[in-house]
Ligand binder design. Sequence first.
Ligand code: ADP
Length: 408
Amino acid sequence: MKILVINCGSSSVKYKLFDVADGDGAAVPHTPAAGVLERVGGDAVLHHTAGEATDDRRVDAPDHRAAIGAVLDALVHGDGAVLDRLDTIDGVGHRVVHGGEDVTDASVADDALREIIRRNASLAPLHNPPNLDGIDAAREALPEACHVAVFDTAFLTTLPPKAYRYAVPERWYREHHVRKYGFHGTSHRYVTLRTAELLSKPVAETNLITCHLGNGCSMTAVAGGKAVDHSMGMTPLDGLVMGTRSGTLDPAVVLYMLSRGLDREAVGRALNAESGLLALSGRSNDMRDLLAARDDGDERAALAVEAFIYRVVKYVGAYHLALRSVDAVVLTGGIGENSIPARRGIVDGLAPLGAVLDADRNASLAGSAGAITTAASSLSVWVVPTDEEFMIARDTARFVSGRQRENR
Ligand code: ADP
């Protein structure tokens, strides 16, 4: 079964073609081709790879429809072609950021779902509109394929009201939909399923604290395989210290800075793009740079790393209490999967909960899954590489299989 996964951003289209051997996704998929088309609407270029073959081309992509057309063309023509015909694609999985309170699972991207994505666009104005453009363009180009939308927010719709409601006037929630939604849900769901598998436990009996630590960072408390709390909020700005986002702060800081003469745009830009590790270090939003600078004696870089780790540890403490018992803390994302010193700092910070670092295992894990605490450790910390595209492909394959069964 061939499943194309599409992630349509405002100026880019990322894609990956999966050959899912088993409709339920039990088999590990072979990934024949992937790529990214950058600068949609401008000087667009497509970077396409298929095995050893690479195909970098300038393309004419004034809009998402043309961009999707160029991606599909690269799959059937040129050095990285992997398909004879486009109608061999059985399903297309679309990443969609915000399903609001309406969408609790992956769903067929039909007209009714289009309307829900459109309705929730005010909650994700930078993401839902291009996601929708991608769905429209792909449905037009591949009318026979089964199109499925997989939402970043879906895994987090199981949060109880005590976790998702803010203590603000009721009408803010009723009329303006102000509440915690959470993001990175597809990643948290993938590592939840994968970690339960690695622990040989039924997912419905698995309690985890999953930490997606990349440029954007979020954490989820997972009880019996379901999300019960999460660090991002109504927007992705809340929670952990991130590459360029502040994470949690006193909301009155915003009012104060407005009163100091900054306008709404400037405050929004500062908190989203000029804060986090970048602001604290004054140097970079990249953990690798900061660790190197810290080791060279840079005090601001040291503070940025320390604040980052402290915030992660604080959330683990809170979620540990919320869950009562925890099978594992799971680290994923660019930092979680790769940064040996950041992982060491997190495990050291969790020592009061009984975490004991296995330094050799921590040093040897890069790009693969495993525990980085000792067998005697009473709190286990695992590294589990995430794979959001695979999760989307697997969700999509579920619907394709269902449709194939109906047609039989
Ligand atoms: P995004 O959220 O944009 O998908 P990633 O998940 O790729 O980002 O994570 C980016 C972060 O991962 C950066 O802070 C980068 O420094 C960090 N990172 C990636 N590789 C390494 C590495 N080998 N060592 C330390 N940090 C790393």
